[in-house]
Design a binder for this molecule. Structure first.
Ligand code: NAD
Ligand code: UPG
Length: 440
């Protein structure tokens, strides 16, 4: 099948590469000339594990190409994916200007029937808006389908190639047939393509993300209560996660959810609710709790240093919003670093993949290190924001010698309390109380 993917970011590049891998002829289009040049030169602009192998193979075998020219990209394409940004507008709603601009352009240049697929996360009613925008000038027949994407960054290739499900919203029998053919290789393992109407597919995406954000937030509230009542949230997680009605995943309490999706999608669903005069109360609580949770460690840091961070050096491990990505959008580390700087602290950071992106944002306001241990040298304490695997079993003795104070503020609950007690660390984490060697 000939496929065009418009927007070659995280979703577009993974979508294009994976569909090339299943034998299709794919052209990825982007307006960012620098990005397209990199891709044409065989370089991947993002860090996404496993993508390079598929990318190299499909570029080498001529199934994956890149262009800045939309007309060239969609030439003879049977399906055209829109994988464009939908950032929050000022009122919290998803901004559709990128999508509708391309839809307008497609109306002018489409010269054959194609299925135009909304892959971006878009609010209810967008398929109708895209249809109207194309139809304004279109001289040919076309269908607009909603096909939201559920991949997670860091495991995007695996999520895409082995999806739990594929959701397709269409009321066109012709488009349905094409979508069945397109996804047939990916759903062989028995996971279904679920067909529904366009509006339901659009809502499904927001329901999934908001539900997961709510699940995490619920555990963060349990964690906050655990601290008060003297319980351990990790035990609660194990205790409830084994109930198959609850499930083990997305129950990890921590420093709040971040990333380019949960924060904006929960906000956008709340805005849709308000537009339809529905008071979606749970969503408001989820946003409020998460706002506070991201700052959860700061009072602990302040109280440890007697509310005086001036001249203190704080080491930070982990900048990305989650492991296995260089993405720092809405990353909890950023807000915390800004608060530390404002309080007069110096900040020394390490992240295996995200430092270049942070440097682009914060420049020389903080110090970047090439190893986790270098960040600890003469630091007054350590804060952890991302659960990169290399932070899980570090050399605690070496850390203790490098740090001025053996104190860790851990937003990801990486270490066992008993172990930290034995090693003589003061250890703050989420929903598990504080380990204080003075109290031993
Ligand atoms: N990142 C994820 O994990 C993820 C997962 C599922 C769904 N989504 C959704 O998918 C959509 C895209 O997200 P992303 O993270 O891939 O965004 P991104 O910012 O990484 O990529 C978007 C790309 O679109 C390009 N673009 C903008 N205007 C264009 C135009 N007129 N023509 C061609 N290209 C244009 C940009 O240059 C950029 O490369 C969003 O709606 C997002 O909510 C994202
Ligand atoms: O138990 C958990 C699981 C996740 N998180 C946090 O939640 C955020 C999001 O994590 P994750 O969902 O793994 O990453 P994303 O790549 O943002 O993926 C989400 O957002 C995508 C964009 O819409 C969807 O496609 C995915 O299905 C959905 O999981 C991160 O800050 C995580 O640290 C927790 O705090 N506790």
């Amino acid at each position: 099948m000939k496929i065009a993917v418009v927007g070659t970011g995280y979703v577009g590049l993974v979508t294009g590469t994976c569909f090339a891998e299943t034998g299709n002829q794919v052209v990825c289009v982007d307006i960012d000339e620098r990005k397209v040049k990199m891709l044409q030169g065989g370089e991947i602009p993002i860090y996404e594990p496993g993508l390079d192998v598929l990318f190299d193979r499909n570029v080498a075998e001529g199934r994956l190409q890149f262009t800045t020219n939309l007309s060239e990209g969609i030439k003879e394409a049977e399906v055209i994916f829109l994988a464009l940004p939908t950032p929050p507008g000022e009122d919290g709603s998803a901004d559709l200007k990128y999508i509708l601009k391309v839809a307008d352009d497609l109306g002018n240049i489409l010269d054959h029937y194609a299925v135009v697929i909304d892959k971006s996360t878009v609010p209810v009613g967008t398929a109708e808006k895209v249809t109207a925008a194309i139809a304004k000038n279109a001289k040919v027949d076309f269908d607009v389908v909603s096909n939201p994407e559920f991949l997670r960054e860091g495991v995007a290739v695996e999520d895409f190639m082995k999806p739990d499900r594929v959701v397709v919203g269409t009321t066109s029998a012709k488009a349905k047939k094409i979508m069945e053919k397109l996804y047939a290789p990916l759903v062989r393992q028995g996971n279904p393509v679920i067909f529904m109407d366009e509006r339901s597919a659009e809502m499904t995406k927001y329901a999934a993300n908001s539900f997961l954000a709510m699940k995490i937030t619920f555990m963060n509230e349990i964690a906050n209560l655990c601290e008060k009542v003297g319980a351990n949230v990790d035990d609660i997680r194990r205790g409830i996660g084994t109930d198959s009605r609850i499930g083990k995943r997305f129950l990890f309490a921590g420093i709040g959810y971040g990333g380019s999706c949960f924060p904006k999608d929960v906000q956008a669903l709340a805005k849709t609710s308000a537009d339809y005069d529905y008071d979606f109360r749970i969503l408001k609580s989820v946003m409020d709790v998460n706002y506070d949770q991201k700052k959860k460690l700061l009072p602990m840091v302040n109280s440890y240093f007697n509310n005086d961070l001036k001249g203190k050096t704080i080491a930070v491990w982990g900048l990305a919003f989650k492991p296995y990505t260089d993405d720092i959008r809405e990353a909890p580390a950023l807000e915390n670093i800004e608060a530390l700087l404002q309080a007069g602290a110096q900040v020394v950071v390490y992240d295996p993949e995200a430092m270049a992106n942070v440097k682009g944002l914060l420049g020389d306001q903080i110090t970047y290190c090439h190893t986790p241990y270098a960040a600890l040298d003469d630091a007054d304490g350590l804060m952890i924001f991302t659960e990169w695997p290399q932070f899980r079993t570090p050399e605690f003795d070496k850390m203790g010698k490098l740090l001025k104070n053996k104190v860790i503020f851990d937003g990801r609950n990486l270490y066992e309390l008993e172990q930290m007690k034995e090693l003589g660390y003061t250890y703050f984490s989420i929903g598990r109380g504080c380990v204080d060697p003075q109290e031993a």
